[in-house]
Design a protein around this ligand. Sequence first.
Ligand SMILES: Cc1cc2nc3c(=O)[nH]c(=O)nc-3n(C[C@H](O)[C@H](O)[C@H](O)COP(=O)(O)OP(=O)(O)OC[C@H]3O[C@@H](n4cnc5c(N)ncnc54)[C@H](O)[C@@H]3O)c2cc1C
Length: 256
Amino acid sequence: MTEPDGGSDLQAMRTRAVRDGDDYLVSGAKTFISNGGLADLVILAAKTDPAQRAAGVSLLVCEVGEDSPGFRRGRLLSKIGLKGNDTAELFFDDFRVPAANLLGGAEGLGFAQLMGQLPQERLVIGIGAVAAMERAIELTVAYVKERTAFGKPLIGHQNTRMVLAECATRTRASRVFLDDCIARHVRGELDVATAAMAKYWLTEGQCEVVDRCLQLFGGYGYTTEYPIAQMYADARAQKIYGGTNEIMKELIARAL
Ligand SMILES: Cc1cc2nc3c(=O)[nH]c(=O)nc-3n(C[C@H](O)[C@H](O)[C@H](O)COP(=O)(O)OP(=O)(O)OC[C@H]3O[C@@H](n4cnc5c(N)ncnc54)[C@H](O)[C@@H]3O)c2cc1C
């Protein structure tokens, strides 16, 4: 989906797919593509009708390889976190895709197809957020029971107790909300606004809880030896990808 000129305004995407006999010729650039450095099957969002916004978007299933004419992988982006996952640029220059690979069999369905599946992606992001919050608390509780300051374990200091109580409450409430979203998803009832609420609120919670837990590790929390540091760097992207949290609030507001 995402292009160098913008990710939030998907309808303004510039990548073009022009019909040429039994194929489409695709030209354009994508960026921030998770697993783009490794993928050999890419579902590409492109405009089959550039005069239209949403109605001009189609999804093409593209088989890509290092020797595919008209296809090139760009850099792997250097990120502050999520180091185990590649995030790449992809370039298309008259790249040929069989017309049979048009997802859904008709042009212009792409935007609706994306909107249909993005709630599930946002739910998955929310699951990661709650798992990270729970793990951060687990690691921090173990640490503050071991580490001492002023003659007693950190857990004996009132601030530590209050911070962890707040984080544990936020995390429990998050899990209950998440479980409700999962149940809605299983019933096929997870709507766009509820999924946006989950993505926005759970990832905000993740960043807040991980940050507050890191503080309780003191200086060690800032060193990469301690997993909480990596969790802090990894958490930040959660508020950005899958649609930024600002866009999530737009989606929620539209449903009010
Ligand atoms: C690690 C990582 C992995 C990613 N993986 C993928 C992937 O696999 N596939 C993919 O397609 N994309 C992927 N992305 C891209 C991601 O979805 C986009 O970065 C995101 O949608 C935002 O687009 P942008 O970066 O162009 O920011 P912009 O759209 O330029 O937004 C910049 C800022 O403006 C704000 N903004 C924009 N419009 C509005 C508005 N209407 N109201 C209020 N604020 C607004 C945004 O919230 C943001 O804060 C990934 C990104 C990262 C960091």
